[in-house]
Design a protein around this ligand. Structure first.
Ligand code: SAH
Length: 252
């Protein structure tokens, strides 16, 4: 078993790296891949870069070059469900490319020539991911500290299993995107820029994957937290802790 771990924020990579024994570093196509181990499992850790093409390219290298047979994705995302708050975690049950539109040849959001609109995460992996995120959050007060959490108005963060919407736009007005409106009835929980692209690559290569997303904004124009501070003090710690829990439970 070799696990590819992709993070969409440099600070996430740093926190995951702290839990890893790094044996080597290799640069391929503008990405830096750290190879080594977490406990006894071989891992390859990489910053995914942002957007669908960049993250698809990174996932392809993890699978084709490094021969990873599992992919973990961590990053931040905008909330689509109105009851989700900053600091909550969305675990993907499936991922969809909300900006794909090859109509009238294919229905909106369907990936041309595949018949697929929703890339599903295998149920057993999705439920292990939910358990890992829950067990991380169970001790979040001690791990991050109440003072820091309250700085970002985080209190009693939750884990939500659900659909993740991916597209090549940073969404600040969720109502203005036709693709997002089109899939609204499927109740997408979070919007981001990589998940469904990585999911498509994993699907093509028959490699299982999980997606963790920490909510960093509400995909609207509402008052913004200090994003840099949030990534440093919250999202990085979340990624490190969640990956640790997931690795231990699934491969430890
Ligand atoms: N706003 C940040 C930049 C976020 S960068 C800043 O000020 O620096 C983009 C990353 O955030 C991508 O990995 C993307 O997946 C994720 N993301 C977070 N919120 C998002 C949103 N509302 N829409 C799209 N992507 C989002």
């Amino acid at each position: 078993m070799k696990v590819g771990i992709m993070g969409a924020m440099h600070q996430e990579i740093e926190h995951i790296k702290k839990r890893m024994q790094v044996d080597a570093e290799k640069c391929i196509a503008n990405r830096v891949y750290n190879t080594g181990k977490i406990d006894n499992t071989e891992v390859v850790l990489v910053f995914s870069n942002w957007g669908k093409v960049a993250s698809a390219s990174t996932a392809t290298t993890l699978i084709q070059h490094f021969k990873c047979d599992f992919v973990i994705f961590t990053g931040v995302a905008g909330a689509l469900a109105p009851d989700l708050n900053i600091g909550d975690i969305v675990v993907g049950s499936a991922a969809v490319q909300h900006d794909m539109d090859a109509s009238p040849m294919f229905p909106r959001c369907e990936i041309p020539l595949t018949g697929i609109t929703f890339f599903k995460v295998e149920e057993k992996h999705a439920s292990s991911a939910v358990e890992a995120a829950k067990s991380f959050l169970a001790g979040v007060d001690e791990k991050i500290g109440q003072k820091t959490l309250s700085q970002f108005f985080i209190s009693k963060p939750i884990v939500r299993l659900g659909l993740i919407a991916t597209g090549d736009q940073f969404i600040q007005d969720k109502k203005a995107h036709i693709g997002l409106n089109f899939i609204e009835e499927k109740q997408p929980q979070a919007v981001e820029m990589e998940g469904a692209a990585v999911a498509q690559v994993c699907h093509d290569n028959n490699v299982p994957f999980v997606i963790f997303r920490t909510i960093s904004d509400k995909a609207d124009h509402s008052a913004h937290i200090d994003f840099e501070a949030f990534i440093n003090q919250i999202a990085g710690q979340y990624a490190g802790g969640i990956v640790e829990e997931f690795m231990r439970a699934s491969f430890g």
